[in-house]
Ligand binder design. Sequence first.
Ligand SMILES: *Cc1c(COP(=O)(O)O)cnc(C)c1O
Length: 386
Amino acid sequence: MNIQEKDREYIASTYARFPLTLVSGKGAKVYDENGKEYIDLGSGIAVNVFGYCDDEWVKAVTEQLNKLQHTSNLFYSQPCAELAELLCKKTGMKKVFFSNSGAEANECAIKVARKYACEKKGKDTNVIITLKNSFHGRTITTLSATGQDSFHQDFLPLTEGFVYAEANNCEDLLSLVKENKVAAIMFETVQGEGGVLPLEKEFVDTIFKVAKEEDIITIVDEVQTGNGRCGALYNYMNYGITPDIVTTAKGIGGGLPLGATMLGEKVKDTLKAGDHGSTFGGNPVASAGALSIISRLDDTLLSEVKKKSQYIFKALEGAEGVKSVSGAGLMIGIECEKDALDVISYCRENGVIVIKAKNKVRLLPPINIEWEDLEKAMSVLIKGMR
Ligand SMILES: *Cc1c(COP(=O)(O)O)cnc(C)c1O
């Protein structure tokens, strides 16, 4: 059996994979088993922030790997302590809980918000408002937080206490706040899996206004939008807001599993020893990789992200076969006249990897992609949409 046949035989059938076996890569370029080269505008779903096998990241990871690969959280270790310090200094958040994935980062946020509300207002105040069309993960509780019935139907009953507001509908949000005993409001600033749909500033401001009035915890899910992706270290910064909790994963580890739940002043000490944990959380190798990623996300690089974003939006505006373009920074969704899967296949045949979000073609290129690679990939994509 070849690799694809083995995979289909022995790996649980949860993924509809593209017919492509990837074996090595460098920067934005990746090679399949036949040595064919692709420019990758998907970055392993916003994970490979600096592309494949970035030199500095590889060095940081291998150096740590040759020192100590794991300690458990029974002991102190340097990389996760330094990473937490760096994240707090760069964001103004106060403490960090580390885990291994976006779903886990969100689970922690939900536990923090419920505990805070329970202590402050009593155990009846436990409802979490999330948004329709959101995506927060695949565990039973983060599925419950995910405001899309299609993800729910086969797995009932889910965790109780989640209600869903329509994105960008302030009235709907405010009436849910009135009708429920609300512990937290949780949202993505750009709904990624939902189709790369940014929230309007007015709606986000309304969330923060009512949250302040009612002492409701705000949780911003930056699993996909974060780590430089949208032209700021975290995209909430582009909205000028200060969340109580920020969650992230995907890009933070630059390709190794790592989740982070960043806690603001209000909730920094809500969880006590024994309240939460994760065996691998803050793993030294993943943390060393993350240190290398986060420490390089400076203003110069972030302004490059904005420039590349403007270039892409401009190249797509009015291009033949494009119905609409949405997103922020280097997180972009394209509604095409053709079926998204046909555009994706055309691109793949012509050496460019792009992915899907709902009915759209989604672009999540490495944020340091070379201009030459980006221009070449865009010309293929634009041909593919005609
Ligand atoms: C991908 C994603 C998650 C889930 O992350 P996992 O690491 O797959 O658990 C949660 N929230 C958002 C916004 C995501 O894009």
